[in-house]
Design a protein around this ligand. Structure first.
Ligand code: FAD
Length: 456
């Protein structure tokens, strides 16, 4: 018998339940990835993610070849391609991971219907993209947790499934033809500091990070200059690493506050997944009803452009936005500050900021990006939706010596220590004349926000 495994956001061989199930049930397996024209049409395959994806696919193909198989690549509408491949190799079943977005739900439904018509069974596996399946734990009277802390408490008690080992061998039928692998260098406009993708890279980074940096994570994860977080998010986004395996390995490697803090961050991923699974509209609609109006995109056009380009005159915001453009990645604390500044100080719709992040972030995904933006904008699950982060106070706290700012804002390279966070206070001869004055007075921004939200 033959089974097809449709890879989507799960580009790995280790701990891959759909692949394991297919190998246990069938003699031959077709590992398939479809370059889906519907995803291409939305622009979601922005250059940084397209380049990282190309790395992931090459790495997956190489790992399959070491085991006697290879990856089959096809392009087109995903349902049509899967049905065609299943027919070509006379497969009786197709295995894939569950998803939570509107798009993933629709794809699953259409696949199930289409495959049934040719007598092929679709098997959808959970705990591939999350450690705990969305909906597996719920509070009484609701289909999802809207507050993180009780979710975390409940999530922590949930038994994790065991890790599935990577297969040793795999036999692919020779009846199915594929296309050449996409190459990273086919993608123009990639950020110069983009990391290399793929399961092999991800696993190396994970092992190094668990050994060297996990113990200090709790103390250092908010230190902007220290850059002491795992940077595993792009590997998790593409599923080059398994969240179940990450939790198991973090717990096994280390005991102490670093581990607790790291596992808690992984739980944030699952938290947002279970919110979006229950409320798929939250990718575009406010999760929580609001009665105030953002400034219009036209009215705020210049402010939005200054924010995107890192020219707001607030050094930590500008450093964050320039890091995003250069690396396709941004530190979590910097994301919080940049998003709070756009939505609460400039009073611009979170969807505009989220769209810009999705254009550049290599880890950019609908679940974590949209719901974190909503959290910061006060339209999501934050229990203190009116809090506003002051970029100067936060800059001094999380980048006290100013190294993060000096790294990304060369105009301020010669300004010593924490004074870099308030260049407008420097004496005239020390103030760099090529760095902009603040775009807005923080007090005015706060007053506007309070007035607008006060109407709620
Ligand atoms: P670490 O600190 O090492 O954390 C380990 C892992 O935990 C991360 O890789 C990530 O998978 C998960 N994690 C950590 N914090 C969060 C969080 N707040 N929400 C969900 N998961 C979390 N993360 C994305 O993966 N994709 C996004 O598109 C994305 N957009 C964001 C937008 C905004 C406005 C904000 C405030 C946060 C966003 N995040 C997003 C969450 C977080 O900033 C990144 O996951 C984190 O910075 C990635 O760096 P790291 O791997 O070094 O994290």
């Amino acid at each position: 018998t033959v089974a097809v495994v449709l890879f989507t956001s799960d580009l790995r061989l280790h701990d891959h339940p759909p692949l394991r199930a297919a190998l246990q049930r069938a003699d031959e397996v077709v590992p398939l990835f479809v370059r889906d024209t519907a995803i291409h049409a939305t622009g979601f395959d922005a250059p940084n993610r397209a380049a990282f994806l190309a790395d992931c696919l090459s790495d997956l193909d190489a790992s399959l070849r070491e085991r006697g198989g290879h990856l089959v690549i096809r392009s087109g509408p995903v349902v049509r391609q899967v049905r065609a491949v299943a027919a070509e190799c006379r497969a009786t079943e197709v295995h894939m991971a569950a998803g939570v977005t509107h798009y993933a739900h629709r794809r699953e439904e259409q696949l199930r219907d289409g495959l049934r018509r040719q007598d092929v069974e679709l098997h959808v596996h959970d705990t591939v993209g999350t450690a705990v399946a969305p909906g597996a734990v719920t509070p009484s009277g609701s289909d999802h947790y809207a507050v993180f802390t009780p979710y975390f408490r409940r999530w922590s008690q949930e038994p994790l499934r065991d890790i599935c080992p990577a297969p040793r061998t795999i036999r692919v039928p020779d009846t199915v033809r594929g296309e050449p692998l996409p190459a990273r260098d086919e993608t123009p406009d990639v950020s110069p500091g983009l990391p290399v993708g793929g399961e092999t890279q991800g696993r190396d980074r994970l092992s190094r990070w668990l050994r060297d940096d996990l113990p200090g994570y709790e103390d250092q994860h908010d230190d902007l200059a220290g850059d002491a977080t795992s940077r595993l998010s792009p590997y998790l986004h593409f599923g080059a690493l398994s969240p179940v395996e990450l939790v198991h390995r973090a717990v096994r490697t280390h005991r102490g506050p670093g581990r607790e803090a790291f596992v808690r961050q992984l739980c944030w991923r699952d938290f947002h997944h279970q919110v979006l699974a229950a409320r798929p509209d939250a990718s575009v609609q406010d999760y929580r009803t609001r009665h105030d109006q953002w400034r219009s995109a036209d009215e705020a056009a210049e402010d939005i452009a200054a924010w995107r380009d890192g020219r707001t005159g607030y050094p930590v915001i500008d450093a964050a936005m320039r890091q995003l453009r250069h690396e396709g990645w941004m530190h979590n604390r910097a994301r919080l500050l940049a998003a709070s500044f756009l939505t609460k100080t400039l009073y611009v719709d979170w969807r505009i900021g989220a769209g810009h992040f999705l254009d550049l972030l290599v880890d950019g995904d609908i679940v974590n990006n949209q719901l974190n933006w909503q959290w910061v904008a006060g339209t999501g699950t934050d229990t203190r939706p009116h809090r506003v982060l002051n970029p100067t106070v936060q800059g001094k706290r999380f980048d006290p010596q100013g190294q993060y700012v000096r790294r990304w804002v060369p105009e301020l390279r010669d300004v010593k220590d924490g004074r870099v966070h308030e260049p407008w206070r420097l004496p005239g001869q020390e103030r760099p004349d090529d760095y902009p004055a603040p775009l807005i007075d923080l007090g005015d921004g706060l007053a506007r926000f309070k007035q607008a939200r006060g109407r709620n």
